[in-house]
Design a protein around this ligand. Structure first.
Ligand code: NDP
Ligand code: 2IT
Length: 467
């Protein structure tokens, strides 16, 4: 029996992994991954979920397991760990650790974000790079999978400190990236400001205006319109299409969105514009409930302009808004839940509460926010469940649109870019939906996404030989 150790709200929860989902051929591969990557529990969890979906595929296409293809798929092509020294405003020196895991380049240059958060370690970056490989495949765009970041904590740091940290981080990272090699972007703790400082340092060190080396850039220096909004908007487009398969729409639905960062903000904005009422959002300290519907302009002012805390929303609005410190946002009853903060933020007890409260759909804006047991509970209850690697692919897809614009030295309108994003999300939805049906698990978007992503990467890896 294998257990996963899941960090949730300050506690480790031990949850049993459902090994019976794993096919005989795949079990030794999973065991090897767990032995070889000791203690990297999030990476184990991500590999377990994907391999747990592949039983039927390998039965139908045994050639995908030839030449140790799956073993190769579970081992990153390259893992880079480096020192990031920087000086704070008082003149004290800090040493952080930088990471870039170049997971798989079968479909294109490595592509994926950079995360700056104190919890970052190699296991977190590996899980994210592994997920990214399949997500990027689902977009149908020519991008491989990678991820990076640092255990640097940006919270409370001045603008100058952030700049010096980003410059030091890029001083090392620049030797490993390039528009045809590896193209980073943002993730938790990395937004437009950080991308600007990193691109500036890359340009200075290389003497090249190579815009396609990084995405999420500002509009004046090679960024794409709609990239900032893309992950949240894309997740809502996916959920809209998923709801439509059951004849539902957003009008009048009550929604809860965790987090209040980039993904959460634009998820809330799009849900609201399509007729849903978003009643709660959060940060790592607590959550707010606004029964009148979240005032997104106020959230943006607090979070994007002042880099403040979500508690300030309640302080500003007074009695009509409730702030709950350290509680679980999933206690708030809703029809649609969109976890958009971080991995394993929604565990089995939260899933049970949501189901009991009448939930109809979950759309994962974050990467791997639901624990495996929570996903089982949703699926057994017949809840529509959109996994992150499909639902949040709009961010990276729009990054690939940014790369296209950079390559052609073009710049599209917001409408043009958003309509391409919507088209991509609809086709990812339909691919997952049709794949699930084809493999005898209709309505199972987890398997649909894992299988469809895997097949694309596996086909490319087979064509490229044993490398
Ligand atoms: P941001 O840094 O903009 O926002 C992150 C939000 O999540 C904040 O509200 C933050 O609260 C909260 N959060 C982060 N870590 C934790 C934690 N350990 N516990 C509780 N809350 C936490 O990041 P993004 O919005 O960009 O990313 C959110 C999620 O979406 C991540 O899983 C990311 O990987 C994923 N994602 C992002 C994409 C993008 O384009 N940005 C694309 C696809 C997926 P606090 O301020 O208190 O830390
Ligand atoms: O998890 C993700 O897909 C991202 N953080 C975005 C990656 C990208 O390259 O835009």
């Amino acid at each position: 029996m294998i257990f996963s150790f899941i960090y949730n709200n300050g506690y480790f929860i031990v949850e049993e992994m459902m090994l019976d989902k794993i096919n005989d051929k795949l079990t030794p591969i999973l065991n090897q991954v767990m032995e070889r990557n000791t203690g990297e529990k999030e990476f184990h969890q991500a590999v377990h979920e994907v391999l747990g979906s592949l039983g039927h595929v390998i039965a139908r296409h045994p050639e995908y397991a030839d030449n140790a293809l799956i073993e190769r798929l579970c081992e990153p092509e390259r893992q880079i760990i480096f020192r990031v020294p920087w000086v704070d405003d008082q003149g004290d020196i800090h040493i952080n650790r930088g990471f870039r895991v170049q997971f798989n380049s079968a479909l294109g240059p490595y592509k994926g974000g950079l995360r700056f958060h104190p919890t970052v370690n190699v296991g977190i970056i590996k899980f994210l790079g592994f997920e990214q490989t399949f997500k990027n495949a689902l977009t149908g765009m020519p991008i491989g999978g990678g991820k990076g970041g640092s255990d640097f904590n940006p919270r409370g740091r001045t603008d100058r400190e952030i700049m010096r940290f980003c410059q030091s981080f890029m001083t090392e990272l620049q030797r490993h990236i390039g528009e045809y090699i590896d193209v980073p972007a943002g993730d938790i703790g990395v937004g437009g400001r950080e991308i600007g400082y990193m691109f500036g340092q890359f340009k200075r060190l290389t003497n090249r205006y190579e815009a396609g080396v990084i995405t999420g850039k500002g509009l004046l220096y090679g960024g794409s319109r709609a990239r900032t909004e893309a992950t949240g908007y894309g997740a809502v487009y996916f959920v809209e299409r998923m709801l439509a398969t059951k004849g539902y729409g957003f009008e009048g639905q009550r929604a809860v969105v965790s987090g209040s960062g980039n993904v959460a903000i634009y998820t809330i904005q799009k849900l609201t514009s399509l007729g849903a009422k978003v009643v709660a959002c959060s940060d790592s300290n607590g959550y707010i409930i606004d029964e009148g519907g979240i005032d997104i302009d106020l959230v943006r002012e607090i979070k994007e302009q002042r880099r403040g805390r979500i508690k300030e929303y309640a302080e500003h609005k007074g009695h009509s808004v409730k702030y709950v410190e350290n509680g679980s946002i999933w206690d708030v009853p809703c029809d649609i839940a969109m976890p958009s903060a971080t991995q394993n933020e929604l565990a089995s007890d939260n899933a049970r509460t949501l189901v009991k409260n009448g939930l109809i759909a979950v759309g994962e804006g974050a990467n791997m926010p639901s624990t495996p047991e929570a996903i089982d509970i949703f699926q057994e209850a017949g809840i529509l469940f959109a996994p992150g690697k499909a639902a949040n692919a709009g961010g990276v897809a729009t990054s690939a649109l940014e790369m296209q614009q950079n390559a052609s030295r073009d710049s599209w309108t917001f409408e043009e870019t958003e309509s391409r994003l919507a088209g991509i999300m609809h086709s990812i939805h339909d691919l997952c939906y049709e794949t699930a049906k084809e493999y005898g698990v209709p309505g199972d978007y987890v398997r649909g996404a894992n299988i469809a992503g895997f097949v694309r990467v596996a086909e490319a890896m087979r064509a490229l030989g044993i490398i």
